[in-house]
Design a protein around this ligand. Structure first.
Ligand code: F6R
Length: 609
């Protein structure tokens, strides 16, 4: 995790560093720092805590410069503290780093032997010392960075400045994201696009093993061995305001309310209701490729894994192709049975999750066809996939994923219809009907969002509970898992999601009058069973919050709180059922006053194992 930024410009600036870091705070926020070259010297400011602490510090120590780097940290090696905050330096060489240096202890010992002194517990601090060590031995700045990187094992995205060459910023990546921003007379580097969007929307994505040198005359990208790389720039069509709160109290709330538009953007230009067709040009997969697929494995982490579980229901029901779902962190270490007849479908909002990326590589090495569903154009996962379905959800800043999740389900729905049509597994009239259901979803979500006051009231009534249980069945079971995860991560209340049919096999013992149970009871083939589960909870004194599309008189008397959602096809119900889950979690967390957008211990993009 961690976020890094850097810039070089004809004009003096410090705003970029602070503003850029604020945009990356979702990546980590336990300490922060910046370094610039000022009056020929390196000036560094660091502090524990959020970027606002650093900003306050800068009021007393202004750091205007034409070159600088910055960092917001999510601790891996060494506790959050000022000493461990980046940038780290050695005799005028200053570095910010995102990633983990696996062999840092070995390198630290070697450097200590050369007389280098260390002041932090971090793995990062070896990098400036290593560069410095190579410079002492005669390498110039660029060669020293390359030599240092060749000795490092692990993952890194770094930005380096050097007092001796104040007109040069060097940046490099391996297994950690990095993007360059190109503008006239100024160049930027950042871990993610929102940090640079207010300055430019022209970006270049660095690949693993590439090193870029930024000067005010331009950018040169080379391999670690010094071979010049021709890089193409990409224009990002996100506007800077898409990365702002736009009057909402939290990014998460804004992102919940953006879901109707995010879904419109994800389907627009990709479907024809008249012909019943789905167009996915970036999928890059032929009908022959699809015919060869004997098994689909969907791999993801966290919330994206919940979308993967929904995907299994969609694909198996409509295509009758067997689907396995796995967590990136499990798949990569279990020696999976995978080969050329397999299609691997990776789901990731950020496209940078280390475990998902590693699972992808494992499958790719064994010959599987790789398709990803991703929200970030040009991210690592998309670049190693054979094909991509982008969720056009726009930047998701709140650490708890919302609009990325619902658009991932929509992307899975599109993938299923696309494949069904190509393999002639879905009748044309059925496909048309399914697309009609799909286009109604954004307005149906709006209907749920309009019930915010009612949902807030129901949620707040239970905000003092210490545990929650979430129940769902079939295609809505993953939504119970997602509801529980949302509540846990932002309100810190313990919550469990369970398939309702399993209740009798254990969790029913938890039920007493203090336990709120959120039940997804929609009118599909499991409806009667879910009513039975509600009775079981009530009989044991539990408090039921029902999420249902049934008329109030069918369920109202049985539940303590009812949230009514519109009816759609059972295949799209998970999208609608998700919205109240997000709203309940948000209302409770906001009521409790937790840090909704940056919950404790979490970071948005998990780029380390
Ligand atoms: C939870 C959440 C995480 C992510 C997970 C995977 O709200 O956001 O569980 O879903 O870290 O991240 P991506 O989708 O970026 O691979």
């Amino acid at each position: 995790m961690c976020g890094i930024v850097g810039f070089i410009s004809k004009n003096k600036d410090t705003n970029f560093l602070i503003e850029g870091l604020k945009k990356l705070e979702y990546r980590g926020y336990d300490s922060a720092g910046i370094a610039v070259v000022k009056d020929g010297e390196i000036a560094v400011q660091r502090c524990e805590g959020k970027i606002r602490n650093l900003e306050k510090k800068l009021d007393d120590f202004p750091m205007e410069s034409t070159i600088g780097i910055g960092h917001t940290r999510w601790a891996t090696h060494g506790k959050p503290s000022e000493e461990n905050a980046h940038p780290h330096q050695s005799a005028g060489v200053v570095v910010v780093h995102n990633g983990i240096i696996e062999n840092y202890l070995e390198l630290k010992e070697m450097l200590k032997g050369e007389g280098h002194k260390f002041t932090s517990e971090t793995d990062t601090e070896i990098i400036p010392h290593l560069i410095q060590s190579f410079m002492k031995k005669g390498d110039d700045f660029e060669a020293a960075v390359n030599s240092a990187l060749k000795m490092i094992r692990g993952s890194y995205a770094i930005a380096v400045i050097n007092k001796a060459e104040p007109g040069k910023l060097i940046t490099a990546r391996f297994s950690s994201p990095l993007v360059l921003g190109i503008s006239s007379g100024e160049y930027f580097v950042a871990s993610d696009i929102p940090a640079i969007l207010s300055h430019t929307n022209e970006v270049v994505f660095l690949d693993d093993g590439e090193v870029a040198t930024l000067t005010i005359d331009g950018v040169t990208v080379k391999s670690l061995d010094g071979v010049v790389k021709e890089k193409k720039s990409t224009i990002i069509n996100w506007s800077p305001v898409m990365a702002e709160k736009a009057g909402y109290k939290h990014f998460m709330l804004k992102e919940i309310f953006e879901q109707p538009q995010a879904i419109i953007d994800t389907i627009s230009g990709r479907i024809s209701e008249d012909s019943g067709k789905v167009f996915l040009p970036d999928l890059n997969i032929t009908t022959d490729d699809l015919k060869k697929v004997k098994k689909i494995t969907i791999i993801a982490c966290g919330t994206s894994w919940h979308a993967a579980l929904v995907g299994k229901f969609l694909i198996e029901e409509l295509l009758r192709i067997p689907v396995e779902v796995d967590l990136g962190s499990e798949y990569r270490y279990r020696d999976p049975i995978v080969g050329e007849d397999d299609l691997l479908l990776l789901i990731s909002q950020s496209g940078e999750t280390a475990d998902t990326l590693a699972a992808l590589k494992e499958g790719k090495d064994k010959g599987a066809k790789i398709v990803s569903i991703c929200n970030v154009v040009g991210s690592s996962i998309t670049r190693v996939s054979d094909g991509v379905i982008y969720t056009h959800a726009g930047p998701e800043i709140g650490v708890a994923s919302t609009k990325a999740f619902t658009t991932q389900i929509i992307a899975l729905y599109l993938f299923t219809l696309f494949t069904g049509e190509r393999l002639e597994l879905i009748a044309l009239d059925d496909a048309k009907k399914m697309l009609l259901d799909l286009v109604l979803i954004p307005n149906q979500i709006k209907e749920i969002l309009e019930q915010k006051d009612t949902i807030d009231k129901i949620a707040k009534k239970y905000s003092h509970a210490s545990d929650f249980l979430y129940l769902g069945r079939g295609i809505n079971y993953p939504i119970a898992l997602e509801g529980a995860l949302k509540l846990k991560e932002i309100s810190y209340i313990h919550a469990e999601g369970y398939p309702a049919g399993e209740m009798k096999h254990g969790p029913i013992a938890l039920i007493d009058e203090a336990l709120p149970v959120v039940v997804i009871a929609v009118r599909d083939k499991t409806f009667e069973k879910m009513l039975g589960n509600i009775e079981e909870v009530k009989a044991r004194g539990g408090q039921v919050i029902a999420i249902t599309d049934a008329p109030a008189d069918e369920i109202g008397a049985k539940a303590d709180g009812v949230i009514t959602i519109p009816t759609t096809s059972h295949l799209l119900m998970p999208v609608l059922a998700t919205i109240p889950m997000q709203m309940i979690a948000y209302a409770i967390a906001d009521f409790k006053g937790t840090d909704v957008d940056q919950p404790r211990n979490l970071a948005k993009s998990v780029t380390v194992e």
